[in-house]
Write a protein that binds this ligand. Structure first.
Ligand code: GLN
Length: 485
């Protein structure tokens, strides 16, 4: 008998619609799987067992009444960055312990309206700062492909949950790679949409000019369906695009003939694990054999993406995180004066990486340094964006590796923050440029660990990115591999 927890969202929907299974069966199968493997994987901060069963029964009732909502009865996990009405939301931080939002993030509301069953809130790096989920204020998450390794981050709990069969799909957030990099390390499809394609309302903010929610799923079609549901204008987010959302699923044709694929020479450099480079080159050959044309392009300012990101993101974070002071949300450590209360609360509630970023950001914004650091970083950000604009005059999409390495060992990079920052070397520049990018499985290394292929497209051209990804997926079997858990 096949296992319900391993189904794609599309397979589950067709079995639900055919009446072969109920959402209650499906949700129970997922909860049983969580029972069986969660002790080893540690993907969830909170499993909403009773609530999920209630939603599943309700979904079954709606289906019986003829409701055809696109995710009706599908169990989905949410990163703890998303505000969820009535459910503790910590963003992976001790400082938000006990905080229960009185509202849903817009994308959460849209998932619920589409009929999704929310299984729980997943672990993450504190305030989404990290690449391994080891910066969680609670516990690290383990990679289902090898429990001694990291799942990536910061949406590592969401990625591990889907890879381990503890959810059919999940939402994460991507500020500089936090959906794509864990998708790559866990063998999933992960999408960072165009900045503004999805509402940020109700996301606990890290860096507001970069944050975007995005889906993690087992196939391109599943990811496209999830994005379809969550994307679109929201009057509550002034940076969300007013443009209509195209039909992503209708665009999934396995045809890349005549498409021009940009291959940036800056993405094939020393430091890339040899089997990652080989898998990406093999994937490019597959696409070429299907009729796409490979064109070498150059993104000359790529080398500045890391320093630019680590000025802009911490600067914005230092402002965003000022609201956590012990007065309004979560933790409070009393003190003799209000300043002492702030200091004790923040000192106790924030972990070391968050404190490091607040200090870096505050410094970069301070009088006398603003022009030298923050302003300069903004100028170089514009150059990084112009690199992409120029490249997209010649090509339709840009392809390279998502991560320079496969899943590294727990503890391997925690001692050196710079080494951890390098995990996102290939995912930062698309975020800085505001363009969409997706990661999908394209191979495995000698240990059997997944390798991810990154496909980027011009702003608002997610359709193109999905089309190429879908064509590649149909021609290969990497997406059918499951971890030996
Ligand atoms: N790893 C990067 C960071 O630590 C990106 C994180 C993210 O996208 N949220 O900031």
């Amino acid at each position: 008998m096949d296992t319900l927890y391993d189904l794609t969202v599309h397979a589950a929907l067709s079995r639900l619609n055919a009446g072969e299974i109920s959402s209650l069966d499906l949700t129970q199968a997922l909860l049983a799987r969580i029972q069986a493997v969660e002790n080893n994987v540690c993907a969830y901060l909170r499993v909403l067992e009773e609530d999920a069963l209630k939603q599943a029964r309700y979904a079954d009732q709606r289906r019986a009444e003829g409701d055809l909502s696109p995710l009706l009865g599908i169990p989905i996990a949410l990163k703890d960055t998303f505000s969820t009405k009535g459910v503790e939301t910590t963003c992976g931080s001790q400082i938000l312990r006990g905080y229960i939002p009185p509202f849903d993030a817009t994308v959460v509301r849209r998932l619920k309206d589409a009929g999704a069953v929310i299984l729980g809130k997943t672990n993450q790096d504190e305030f989404a700062m990290g690449s391994s989920t080891e910066n969680s204020g609670f516990f690290p998450t383990h990679n289902p492909w090898d429990l001694t390794r990291v799942p990536g981050g910061s949406s590592g709990g969401s990625a591990a949950a889907v890879a381990a069969g503890e959810a059919l799909a999940a939402l994460g957030t991507d500020t500089g790679g936090s959906v794509r990099q864990p998708a790559s390390l866990c063998g999933l499809v992960g999408v960072r949409p165009t900045y503004g394609r999805c509402s940020r309302y109700g996301l606990i903010a890290f860096a507001s000019s970069l944050d975007q929610p995005g889906p993690l799923a087992r196939t391109v079609a599943d990811a496209a369906l999830l994005l379809q549901v969550i994307a679109g204008h929201d009057p509550r987010d002034g940076t969300s695009w007013p443009d209509a959302v195209p039909d992503y699923l209708a665009a999934l044709r396995a045809d890349v003939r005549g498409l021009r694929i940009g291959v940036p020479k800056e993405y094939f450099v020393t430091g890339v694990q040899p089997d990652v480079e080989k898998a990406v080159r093999d994937a490019l050959n597959v696409l070429q054999n299907m009729g796409a044309e490979l064109v070498e392009v150059t993104l000359p300012h790529s080398e500045y993406a890391l320093p630019v990101y680590y000025l802009i993101a911490p600067a914005e974070a230092s402002a965003n995180l000022a609201r956590f002071d012990g007065m309004r949300y979560g933790l409070r450590k009393e003190g003799a004066t209000i300043e002492e209360m702030y200091a004790r609360t923040r000192g106790a509630g924030f972990g070391p990486e968050v404190i490091r970023r607040i200090m870096l950001g505050t410094y970069a914004l301070s009088a006398g340094y603003y022009d030298a650091y923050y302003l300069k970083a903004q100028q170089v950000r514009t150059l990084i964006k112009s690199d992409f604009d120029r490249a997209f005059e010649q090509v339709d999409v840009i392809i390279g590796p998502t991560s320079p390495v496969t899943a590294f060992r727990l503890g391997e990079r925690t001692a050196n923050p710079l080494e951890m920052y390098l995990a996102d070397i290939f995912t930062l520049s698309q975020a800085l440029a505001g363009i969409p990018a997706l990661s999908l499985p394209c191979g495995c290394d000698a240990q059997g660990l997944p390798i991810g292929l990154q496909i980027a497209a011009p702003a608002l051209h997610e359709v193109r990115m999905f089309q190429v990804a879908y064509a590649y997926e149909q021609a290969t079997t990497w997406h059918t591999r499951r971890p030996p858990l």
